[in-house]
Design a protein around this ligand. Structure first.
Ligand SMILES: Cc1cc2nc3c(=O)[nH]c(=O)nc-3n(C[C@H](O)[C@H](O)[C@H](O)COP(=O)(O)O)c2cc1C
Length: 372
């Protein structure tokens, strides 16, 4: 049996750290304890997500890295027990505790874990070109099974007509989204922050136009555009068609939902943070699975954030009315929507090129370890 040394724990983090996070902010910090457990904290000072002043995305990202820790530890012969803490809104409190015990997996479990482990450090999201092609039944079943095993549910919006209609609704929402003053300020704050850090932002107006994860060049362009109101309006207007186009060009839009656990909600939305972390674990599994199947999953995260905040009075009127249109669409097509926590929405398509849209760096293990 291997022993769980601090070196092995660091090795596990070495692989897990490639987890995705909104705008690549990597909002995680780990404490290592003498009993070889790991405690996960949210890294508040760096929690500067441009499009996420609802904080949902950070919790989902914590789930993603937790899942990677679990997969990597199984690769090294340890199963993990992950406890997601309920009071996890404050950053002082731990978000999750992970204990490890030596394990022997069945050949089948080992094989499926290994498949995911092998793509963990290679998986990437950023705007790879993909082609629209209907998902076959085997693929759909695999996705559904993965979601179910994690306690979630998968819902697909498919077919040209539906995707076009939804793309239109979502596109008009984006115009409001990027004109929302708070989001704009967040974006600027984030761009300043990201110029000196690892962050690779995406999901921004230029990005929805298909320009890929933003390089420093594009970030600077956005900053400039922000200072010239007319240019900003043009970008926001154009992004509406970008969203429409990317959705229509997808094989499907995939929703990941969980039955609502009314425990603790994130400060601005009514989604329990625990659901977001649990859902993040499943989301990451689906992401890895997609990678093994030659599929590209592109997050439609801004959509999730605003769907959760449909009735948030703190948001502007134009934002709220745009939200209402999306909620109305969801109600008419997905009756399940209101009873569940919507954790993630992805556009999905078949990868046409293995080339990355850009390099997205990750913090080193030393940087994500909490040194007291
Ligand atoms: C919770 C969450 C939300 C995300 N939201 C978006 C998004 O709205 N648009 C987008 O293009 N990418 C989004 N991403 C993907 C990240 O931008 C991406 O994971 C990060 O930049 C690292 O790039 P990589 O995954 O390709 O290595 C999201 C990822 C997570 C985990």
């Amino acid at each position: 049996m291997p022993s769980l040394s601090p070196e092995l724990l660091k090795q596990i983090l070495e692989e897990a750290r490639f987890a995705p996070s909104g705008d690549n902010i990597q909002p995680w910090l780990f404490k290592m304890y003498p009993d070889h457990s790991l405690v996960l904290h949210r890294n508040e000072p760096e929690n500067l997500l441009a499009s996420d002043y609802f904080l949902n995305a950070s919790f989902v990202a914590l789930g993603c890295i937790l899942e990677n820790v679990a997969i990597a530890s199984e690769h090294y012969g340890f199963s993990s027990t992950v406890v997601i803490h309920e009071d996890c809104v404050s950053d002082e409190t731990p978000q999750a505790t992970i204990h490890f015990i030596p394990t022997t997996l069945s050949a089948e479990q080992q094989e499926s874990n290994e498949r995911l482990f092998q793509v963990m450090c290679k998986r990437h999201t950023d705007r790879r070109p993909y082609k629209k092609q209907p998902l076959d039944d085997t693929t759909k079943r695999l996705f559904e099974k993965t979601a179910l095993e994690g306690g979630g549910k998968l819902h697909l919006i498919e077919g040209e007509e539906m995707l076009d209609a939804f793309g239109k609704t979502l596109g008009s929402h984006d115009t409001y989204l990027w004109n929302d003053a708070t989001l704009r300020d967040n974006l600027i704050r984030f761009i300043h922050f990201s110029q000196s850090n690892h962050s690779a932002t995406s999901g921004m107006p230029l990005d929805t136009l298909g320009l890929g994860t933003l390089s420093i060049f594009f970030k600077t362009a956005i900053l400039l555009a922000y200072r010239i109101p007319l240019l900003w309006k043009v970008i926001c207007f154009a992004s509406r068609f970008g969203t429409q186009k990317t959705l229509s060009a997808s094989s499907a839009l995939v929703f990941l939902t969980l039955p609502k656990q009314k425990i603790q909600t994130s400060p601005l939305s009514d989604t329990p943070t625990k659901d977001l972390v649990r859902g993040g674990r499943i989301a990451e599994r689906l992401w890895l699975l997609a990678e093994t199947l030659g599929l590209s999953l592109q997050p439609q995260y801004a959509f999730v954030a605003m769907a959760h905040n449909a009735g948030n009075e703190k948001l502007g009127q134009s934002f709220l009315s745009a939200n209402k249109k999306i909620i109305a669409f969801l109600r008419s097509h997905c009756p399940w929507f209101e009873k569940e926590s919507l954790v993630f929405a992805y556009r999905i398509g078949f990868v046409v090129s293995k080339k990355r849209a850009s390099t997205t760096e990750r913090k080193s293990v030393e940087e994500i370890l909490w040194h007291t």
